[in-house]
Design a protein around this ligand. Structure first.
Ligand code: ZN
Length: 559
């Protein structure tokens, strides 16, 4: 279920990739987006989705590596919210559904692109807990450039063993299994059963419940997730893995840390993954307890860069610090940590715990997680390191289109959701003035929206309330506009005159400055304000560089 309120469903509210960079910008260079009926079927809470609330999935899939094919079933359990007789299930071509059954009866269904509309035979009474089973098979889309495009990656390791993984953020989990492919609803728990050749291992989300051996040279690995899980986080990873693990003594007790890496990389992994415990220290400090103690934490090596798969974070950063060895901030601090370990794990709090209810609000995942990188630095290297890192990331901001996307059509906002989202949060930290209050706000988000799907509006209201300031115009400015506000000012006759320019109507963000070395907080808005200054021969105003704003002295001199 994992719904905050059902109100969200009925108002018809109206990735993604987990990284910065080129693929996101590729989508940003286009003209005004146009949307199809398929976009609405995928991206909105259609009447055929709204009436039922997911409670459980059992995905049972056999992976035929030689044929690059899948076959299996998904049993979907749900609670009836409103009586209805047609249900929408999503599965992308070229996969196909062969049968759907409920209570032993075969059901008819109609396909419209990636949406299947199933006609139910039995009455669906409000409050009933029902289930149906969808059988499917085919050759799923092959990922060409995972995780950017999504699908299945069929590779081999350096010993010639199969190395297979799914990644489907953006394109959607329905690229390889049938489900309710919209983020607003999540099952309360899930069983993932994956059948693979008996020489290989499957690692999925949650905890290993058991391994079944068959007499045809295959094994079935059963992984159980005991918490709500977003469907894009569900994954299968198949390889010749070795396993090692340790335990973390965290805020909620003992957290198991399990690592699955290719046999050939065990030594490298044992060294690189030493970053996990100090990372947990930093994230639990800033965000509160790891949100899935029951399911444990895993790092799983994959043949692509990585992804925030819930409780089985996938890793392909080549056992080096930075982002494939590079510092995205240019500050030097980005080489102090393995970007994929830190960033993808940050998503356990922002993406997997608190999840966007529409991908238009995906900055809730990427902005906060971008920001988590700097908080990791803050915890281990101090605030100056964090400040330099966040400021350095501004070089990657394009201000090409708003961070918040279009609702109801599966359309995310600008790739600026990463670096600009992080800079917005860093700016709000300055506004808060109290790091203790700011930390309690971040922890509060993870506590009060624990295992929920949320909207930007809810998070905005929450932060404003906790900080005791209406930040509505601040969020509008940075999330829904592309202009960077500029503090325009002039010194005249011993007074400072100042105003926000290049800003949304009513923009009223406070800002910290020093004038002739004396720190003060200004409260500009979009009209002119005036402030008397101590007498001086000349004046110099410096805006606190940790605010993501511009500044401009209108008179160009400081008399
Ligand atoms: Zn990310």
């Amino acid at each position: 279920m994992k719904l905050k309120t059902f109100r969200l469903i009925f108002v018809g509210i109206n990735l993604l990739f987990c990284f910065t960079l080129s693929n996101l910008y590729a989508q940003d260079s286009g003209d005004e987006p146009s949307f199809s009926r398929q976009d609405s079927l995928r991206g909105s809470i259609t009447p055929e989705r709204a009436w039922w609330d997911l409670t459980y999935y059992h995905l049972d899939v056999a992976v035929d590596i030689a044929d690059s094919a899948l076959s299996g079933s998904n049993t979907i359990r749900y609670r009836v919210l409103e009586p209805h007789s047609v249900m929408q299930i999503d599965l992308q071509q070229p996969l196909d559904i062969s049968s759907i059954t409920q209570n032993g009866k075969s059901l008819t269904f109609r396909r419209e692109g990636s949406a299947f509309f199933v006609t139910l035979k039995d009455a669906q009474e409000r409050g009933d807990l029902n289930e149906l089973t969808v059988r499917y098979s085919g050759h799923p889309t092959v990922a060409v450039r995972p995780p950017w495009d999504g699908g299945i990656t069929w590779q081999t390791d350096s010993n010639g063993n199969p190395f297979v993984a799914t990644a489907n953020q953006g394109i959607g989990s329905s690229v390889w299994w049938p489900n309710k492919d919209h983020p607003y609803d999540e099952p309360d728990s899930m069983l993932i059963s994956v059948t693979v050749p008996d020489s290989l291992m499957d690692v999925s989300n949650g905890r290993l419940r058991g391994v079944e051996e068959h007499d045809n040279g295959t094994k079935t690995w059963h992984w159980f997730v005991s918490n709500p899980i977003n469907n894009y986080g569900v994954n299968i990873n198949i390889g010749d893995y070795v396993h090692f693990g340790e335990e973390y003594d965290g805020e909620k007790g003992t957290l198991t840390l399990d690592y699955y890496v290719l046999r050939e990389n065990e030594e490298l992994a044992r060294e690189q993954f030493k970053q996990v415990k100090p990372m947990m220290d930093a994230f639990e400090y800033w965000f509160g307890p790891y949100p899935f103690y029951e399911d444990g934490y895993k790092l799983v090596e994959v043949p692509y860069l990585g992804m925030e798969h819930q409780s089985s974070v996938t890793y392909g950063n080549q056992y080096q610090n930075g982002y494939l060895g590079r510092d995205l901030s240019g500050s030097g601090w980005g080489l102090k940590f393995d970007f994929i370990i830190i960033h993808e794990t940050g998503h356990e709090w922002f993406a997997n715990n608190l999840t966007n209810s529409d991908v238009a609000d995906m900055w809730l995942h990427e902005g906060f997680t971008n920001y988590s990188e700097s908080l990791y630095l803050d915890y281990h290297y101090g605030e100056q390191a964090a400040n330099e890192y966040v400021r350095g990331l501004r070089l990657g901001i394009q201000n090409n289109r708003p961070i918040v996307g279009e609702y109801g059509v599966n359309y995310r906002g600008s790739g600026d959701m990463y670096n600009k989202g992080g800079n917005l949060l860093h700016t709000i930290r300055q506004i808060a003035e109290s790091d203790s209050l700011w930390r309690q706000t971040l922890r509060g988000l993870n506590r009060d929206f624990y295992h929920e799907t949320v909207s930007t509006a809810e998070v905005e209201a929450y932060i404003s309330e906790k900080l005791g300031q209406d930040l509505g115009r601040v969020f509008d400015q940075y999330l829904r506009d592309t202009r960077i506000p500029t503090l325009e000012y002039a010194f005249r006759e011993g007074r400072l005159q100042y105003s926000w320019g290049n800003a949304v109507e009513g923009f009223d963000m406070p800002v910290d400055v020093t004038i002739n070395g004396k720190p003060m907080r200004l409260h500009p808005d979009t009209g002119w304000k005036s402030k008397e200054l101590d007498p001086a021969d000349s004046y110099e105003l410096i805006v606190d560089p940790d605010y993501y704003v511009g500044s401009f002295n209108l008179l160009g001199e400081s008399k």
